[in-house]
Design a protein. Structure first.
Lengths: 374, 171
């Protein structure tokens, strides 16, 4: 990157804020929910140190009792034995993965339980939710929930963990590291009677905070929708990863080879590092992103979209690694980007045919969106 | 003005400002929330100041600077951010964002107060005197921070009008 002037800096900062700053969804209600407690704390503070100390002293036995109740001593490892209640139900069909099958998001979080799901994602057939407390909670910044379709998860790696109860059924708890370690985290694994497996991961050492989240998870099947109906996906490629930003601002698809399946533990994301084929499609509402439209360069019309291909705009804003290509595309309501990882596999003509086959919807109006399909 | 009205109107801007300060979406939400809660608790007093939005922005700045001194953000080994990062890697050739990514990377290397000065000056468009008021230092100190930060960012102080005009429509 060469040097910039201050106007460049202003433009870059504004663009970054426009594009990547978080949404306010749920924030004000969280503040309103948390304020009474903070107000009480403030009253306590100004009541006087001696009173607070007295309260603390009085509370210590109670807190200790509570800790005893919520942090049971680790049970003896069960040497890999999986209780019958945790065995996958026999005869459960494998997860639907046939081409054209609509993607179903399985789980959500009970909004009245004090937790919110901030983001939704999909890795293969596995749903991923980022879960956070609805109001600030000391020592709990939330975690990640993986939801596995029946038949796609092996709980054996967790079977040596502590047995706890989730919704009246046994579940596995395991932790590693200690506070402050980069790898400090805890995992809770449980299964719904339908055969769906859940894996919740967050920093921690005791089961109770994870168990509370588990109790708040509900099975609420619903279709995943996206603002574009893919016409012709290049031969041999399949939808494999999606990031659905709450259905509000941006959607990302990762389209690649069908052989990949998520591994059955929470290192699942690491297996995505081997992505070397296929192409990625990112699309989001155009509103507020006009600055990202390369109007200085004439577009090429492909289907419903104006496109700018990296081969035509070399040296300008479209930059790729050797062997890759990219296309910026726009419609009236959408702006997006396609990255091809290997142009030998997917030449420009294939990409153009793919774009030409897309039926775009209004990216800013989720009611117009269509089901995402495998 | 009631707090809800203020929060609804100002939270998007506060989130953007918080994000520019810390460069992390989730942390930006946390920072904003951590500032809005005491704002609500003290709303009767905050609402009487001349510029409640500027007051809350200063609170947010202090929260950011305090947070940076207090702790380093903990990382979760597996998180949804991990997915985002992977997705970002997958689309790393996203053309329109290459130069911006480089700039944001450099911005992330700045010390907290230098970064705050850059964001307040070039994102919030505050004068050096106003920035000095927010940070509780002299305007000359602000200028010193800005000079060092701009050198790190490799930003020339003098604008280049011709280049600005040429790039105005691109990303």
């Amino acid at each position: 990157m060469s040097t910039f002037d201050v106007d460049d800096l202003r433009r870059i900062l504004a663009a970054e804020a426009d594009e990547n700053a978080p949404e306010m969804l749920g924030l004000v209600p969280s503040v309103l929910a948390a304020a009474p407690e903070r107000r009480r704390n403030r009253i306590l503070r100004i009541t006087g140190t001696s009173v607070v100390l007295a309260l603390l002293v009085a509370c210590i036995p109670f807190m200790r009792d509570g800790a005893d109740r919520t942090s049971p001593a680790p049970s003896a490892p069960t040497a890999g034995a999986i209780p019958p209640e945790l065995q996958p139900s026999p005869g459960v069909p494998a997860a639907p993965y046939a081409a054209g099958t609509p993607v179903t998001l399985i789980a959500s979080v009970d909004p009245g339980a004090g937790y919110v799901a901030m983001l939704d994602g999909l890795i293969g057939t596995t749903q991923v939710l980022s879960i956070r407390p609805a109001k600030p909670t000391q020592g709990d910044s939330g975690g990640v929930l993986f939801v596995y379709q029946p038949g796609t998860f092996d709980p054996a790696p967790y079977a040596t963990g502590q047995i706890v109860t989730v919704r009246g059924r046994p579940a596995f708890f395991a932790s590693r590291g200690k506070p402050g370690d980069p790898g400090w985290e805890a995992a809770l694994v449980w299964q719904d009677p339908s055969g769906i497996w859940f894996l919740y991961v967050k920093p921690g050492s005791v089961p109770e905070p994870l168990r509370r989240v588990a109790e708040a998870v509900r099975i609420t099947p619903r279709e995943a929708t996206v603002p574009m109906n893919f016409g012709t996906v290049p031969t041999g490629l399949r939808m494999r990863l999606a990031r659905l930003g709450g259905g509000l601002s941006d959607v990302l698809f990762d389209v690649t080879t069908p052989q990949w399946r998520p591994s059955p533990d929470y290192s699942v994301l690491n297996s995505l590092d081997d992505l070397r084929t296929g192409f990625t499609v990112l699309v989001q509402p155009r509103a507020g992103l006009e600055h990202a439209v390369p109007t200085a360069i004439p577009p090429t019309r492909v289907g419903e979209a104006d496109t700018w291909h990296s081969e035509d705009t070399s040296g300008n804003h479209v930059v790729t690694e050797p062997g890759q290509s990219s296309v910026v595309f726009t419609t009236d309501k959408c702006i997006g980007h396609i990255l091809v990882r290997d142009t030998r596999q997917i030449p420009r003509g294939v990409v153009d045919a793919f774009i030409a086959g897309i039926d775009f919807r209004d990216c800013s109006d989720p009611t117009t969106w269509v089901p995402l399909r495998y | 003005m009631e707090f809800e009205e203020f929060a609804t109107a100002r939270t998007p801007a506060l989130l953007r400002y918080a994000y520019m300060l810390c460069g992390d979406r989730e942390l930006a939400r946390d920072l904003t929330q951590e500032v809005l809660i005491p704002t609500l608790v003290k709303w009767r007093r905050v609402s009487r100041v001349e510029r409640p939005d500027a007051y809350v922005r200063a609170m947010l700045t202090n929260e950011y600077l305090t947070m940076r001194r207090r702790k380093s953000p903990t990382t979760v080994t597996v998180s949804y951010e991990g997915i985002e990062e992977l997705c970002a890697q997958a689309s790393s050739a996203e053309a329109a964002y290459t130069e911006r990514a480089a700039m944001m990377q450099r911005l992330s290397t700045l010390p907290a107060r230098q970064r705050a000065v850059i964001v307040l000056r070039y994102y919030e468009d505050l004068s050096d005197a106003q920035i000095a008021h927010v940070l509780g230092c002299r305007a000359s100190t602000v200028r010193a921070y800005a000079t060092r930060a701009l050198a790190t960012l490799r930003v020339d102080m003098a604008p280049r009008p011709a280049l600005v005009a040429q790039n105005g429509g691109g990303a």
